[in-house]
Write a protein that binds this ligand. Structure first.
Ligand code: SAM
Ligand code: FES
Length: 349
């Protein structure tokens, strides 16, 4: 512990460590370092965001995907995955319900489904913006061409979430089939940033073959890329994927990394993810207490939720949107935070 204290101090003051120092902070961690980092992270977060937690309405628009990521339950190579695709009118209905529940950001997420081409998506984005002009729209639809990202931005998309998954090329290749490329993923992220999106990257904690050195590289990448958002959650195996027999990541390490990320970039938008809530009943509360400041309750129609099965035993697949929102509001209140009706843009430090 004592040898890690100067590192925590340096991170808090300089918002940066070397890759080797990040690795030591991870491998040498214990209860004391975790609670010290958590306290610092919470203090820093409160100085910018108070006790507010931003909320985003997640709409899972399609479970069709042309990609075959080894970890993901909706990969095209899983013949058991049940496929659905929401029609634009259904997506607009989800937004309408979400708006009345106090959501001011909608996240449209889905597999890489070619049916959602630029014409369909741009039409949808314009309609959402016309009906809900005070709302932000986040897209999380994977890799597309630069031209497509530009068109979607012009049509009203404000933010884009594309996890880098790992900042190590060899590790990337262990998680994805040959036809996917690390360079391409990075190109997409840099293009999104240049176009003007608020960008979110991120990675799974405890993904197969991941080492502390890989995580240190992830932290270094985030330090340099400076995204507006960063989505991290534990890897959870899905039984019908090549990684079905691998073990899940941990809530403890995910929370530890959330605290480190808060100290790297104090104003970062950091979600306490559904995967965190799936591994532990109080996982999202722990995430918030460790430095996260965003939750993303599900706004998808209940009829399709079980089909958007990225990993086993995903929570919140039977609840109505209002129940989900109320449940999360109560959970946050119970640990001293409050959900707000707000677009939830990053605040300046
Ligand atoms: N297709 C879009 C993309 O690739 O960005 C959005 C959907 S994709 C399913 C969203 C994220 O889910 C991925 O970036 C990945 O990190 C996460 N994910 C997929 N399978 C997972 C698993 N088994 N456990 C935890 N997270 C998983
Ligand atoms: Fe969905 Fe609790 S957040 S049921």
């Amino acid at each position: 512990m004592t040898e890690l204290l100067p590192l925590i101090d340096k991170l808090t003051r300089a918002h940066s460590l070397s890759a080797e120092e990040y690795e030591r902070l991870i491998t040498g961690r214990n209860k004391e370092t975790a609670s010290l980092l958590r306290e610092e992270a919470d203090r820093v977060r409160r100085s910018i965001y108070g006790n507010t937690v931003f909320t985003r309405g997640l709409i899972e628009i399609s479970s069709y995907c042309r990609n075959d990521c080894y970890y993901c339950g909706i990969r095209c190579g899983n013949p058991k995955a049940e496929r659905y695709r929401l029609r634009p009118e259904e997506i607009l209905d989800c937004c309408k319900e979400g708006y009345s529940l106090g959501f001011r950001t909608f996240v449209l997420q889905g597999g890489e489904d070619p049916w959602f081409d630029d014409v369909v998506l741009c039409g949808l984005l314009r309609e959402i913006k016309a009906q809900f002009p005070d709302c932000a729209i986040t897209l999380s639809l994977g890799e597309r061409s630069r031209r497509s990202y530009e068109l979607l931005f012009e049509a009203g998309a404000d933010r884009y979430l594309l996890r880098h998954e790992t900042a190590n090329k060899q590790h990337y290749e262990q998680l994805h089939p040959e036809r996917m490329s690390f360079e391409r993923r990075m190109e997409c992220l840099f293009a999104l940033k240049e176009i003007g999106y608020q960008v979110g990257c991120g990675f799974m904690v405890g993904s197969p073959y991941q080492t502390a050195a890989h995580l240190a590289q992830d932290l270094k990448f985030i330090e340099q890329f400076r995204p507006q958002m960063c989505g991290i959650g534990p890897f959870i195996p899905h039984r019908d994927t090549p990684f079905g027999g691998k073990s899940a990541g941990s809530v403890e390490l995910t929370c530890y990394l959330l605290s480190i990320l808060r100290l790297i970039q104090p104003n970062l938008l950091l979600p306490a993810t559904t995967a965190l809530g799936t591994l532990a009943p109080n996982g999202r509360e722990l995430g918030i207490q460790s430095g996260a400041n965003v939750v993303m309750p599900n706004l998808s129609p209940v009829s399709v939720r079980k089909k958007y099965s990225l990993y086993d035993n995903k929570i919140c697949t039977g609840e109505e949107s209002a129940q989900c929102r109320d449940c999360l509001a109560q959970r946050m209140n119970a640990v001293g935070y409050r959900l707000v009706v707000d677009r939830g843009d990053p605040k300046t430090e």
